[in-house]
Design a protein around this ligand. Structure first.
Ligand SMILES: *Cc1c(COP(=O)(O)O)cnc(C)c1O
Length: 418
């Protein structure tokens, strides 16, 4: 079987464990930077290309700062995410605000910092106009519904997804915002998550280019930004391969030349808002084995829990596991690897073949760099772990401390107890 390799040595991680304590998420700065450069390279042909990192994937300012240095913007969908982007120095059109069911205060903040507002519904046009005013540049999120098949368990079929406007509504949307003073226009979609088939993204580009041409023909509106959304998958399983970004870039370039140039829509900005593929493979959750339990099954109990990584518990998602120092031992023991919540879903792996595990072993759970720490919650009074960053010179920085019991109680006022 093909193995996934941990880019840090056992000794290196043991040293971090004794310095910082387990569990922790650890991110590899050098690998993140290289990955971003590859994505940008794949779209270097485009007159304008921008990746807006989906902040929800890894909402840590030190990670956002690295991405900003590499030229990425931010995709935000809440007030705290807008503030986080602002705090790392991103403003204006380096931020896309793609929200849904949006409170007025969030539109106000997005307007204040000049973010590109990407509206999720036709009814939000008048709401935005009333609450914060219509900006010069307005984008809409398109949901093709039954016109597009596919989808997967994370985001579902477009038809069942709560996001975006229908094809019919879209034309009315642009007419309406133009009446209200908009002069520049964007078109956005996000209909897939964790997709490994590169052709899916090429078909999405084709769908969006066709739509932009139709909007020009019907309304005389020139779309200037097409945002293809996020959703590029990562190889969580050892036998999976990363998405070929060069291939996607090249095929979208062909479509651009065949469709966008003759339609008179050149120069068009191509945008993406990937989260997972930017940081996902370059983060790891490191935990210690606390207990071994043998009942009807064999359990390995870690000092991390669902509070630190929810994906296996909520989606049954696969995350590869390496037992440090036992990389070359046969995978001849079957275990359920669990956390300590009183919730039977709190398992990082079920029926996983691993080497024989002992108490105290150091376990690495792969691909936790996106939608990992970020999804954590405090159910059962469990506290989220710290986050560490390995810099290119191999020095390590604590970029978020672990939660404390004081944090957990911070919203309670005990003084009024009788
Ligand atoms: C979550 C989300 C993304 C990022 O998705 P990934 O699967 O991490 O690439 C991008 N855009 C929107 C609107 C999202 O909600």
């Amino acid at each position: 079987m093909i193995q996934k390799v941990v880019p840090f040595s056992h000794e290196f991680l043991e040293n971090l464990a004794s310095k910082f304590g387990t569990p922790f998420h650890i991110y590899d700065e050098k690998a993140i930077r290289e990955n971003v450069r590859n994505l940008k390279e794949a779209f270097s042909w485009a007159p304008k290309f921008q990746e807006y990192f989906a902040v929800k994937a890894t909402p840590n300012p030190y990670i956002l700062q690295i991405l900003k240095e590499e030229g990425l913007g931010a995709d935000c969908s809440s007030l705290p995410e807008l503030i986080l982007a602002e705090r790392v120095g991103l403003t204006g059109e380096d931020i896309v605000f793609t929200s849904n069911d949006t409170p007025a205060i969030e539109y106000k903040k997005a307007r204040e910092i000049g973010a590109i507002i990407n509206l999720d519904d036709i009814s939000h046009i008048d709401f935005l106009n009333r609450e914060a005013g219509i900006p010069k540049l307005v984008s809409f999120r398109y949901n093709p519904g039954p016109l597009r098949k596919g989808g997967n368990s994370i985001i579902g079929n477009p038809e069942d997804a709560k996001y975006g406007v229908t094809r019919e509504q879209l034309f009315d949307c642009y007419s309406r915002v133009r009446e209200l003073g908009a002069e520049r226009f964007g078109l956005h979609t996000m209909i897939i998550s964790n997709e490994l088939d590169p052709d899916y993204f090429i078909e999405t580009a084709r769908m969006m280019f066709e739509l932009a041409i139709e909007i020009k023909n019907k309304l005389g509106i020139n779309i200037e930004i097409i945002n293809l959304g996020g959703g590029i998958g990562i190889p969580y399983r050892p036998e999976q391969k990363p998405v070929d970004l060069k291939y996607i870039g090249k095929k979208i370039q062909e479509l651009y030349n065949e469709m966008i140039r003759p339609a008179g829509l050149h120069p068009l900005k191509i945008a993406m808002e990937c989260g997972r593929m930017i940081t996902g493979p370059y983060g790891y959750l490191v935990a210690r084995v606390l207990h071994l339990k043998e009942t009807y099954k064999n359990y390995v109990g870690l000092d991390a829990s669902m509070a630190d990584l929810m994906r296996p518990g909520i989606y049954g998602a696969y995350h590869h596991i390496t037992v440090m120092g036992k990389e070359n031992m046969p995978l001849d023991h079957m275990y359920d690897v669990t956390g300590s919540l009183c919730e039977n879903n709190d398992k990082f792996a079920i029926d996983r073949m691993l080497p024989k595990i002992n108490r105290g072993d150091l376990i690495v759970i792969h691909d936790t760099g996106a939608h990992g720490h970020a999804m954590g919650f405090n159910y059962n009074g469990k506290l989220r772990s710290k986050e560490l960053l390995v810099k290119p010179d191999k020095s390590v920085e604590l970029i978020r401390r672990a939660e404390t019991i004081e944090d957990y109680f911070a919203t309670l006022d005990f003084s009024r107890l009788k």
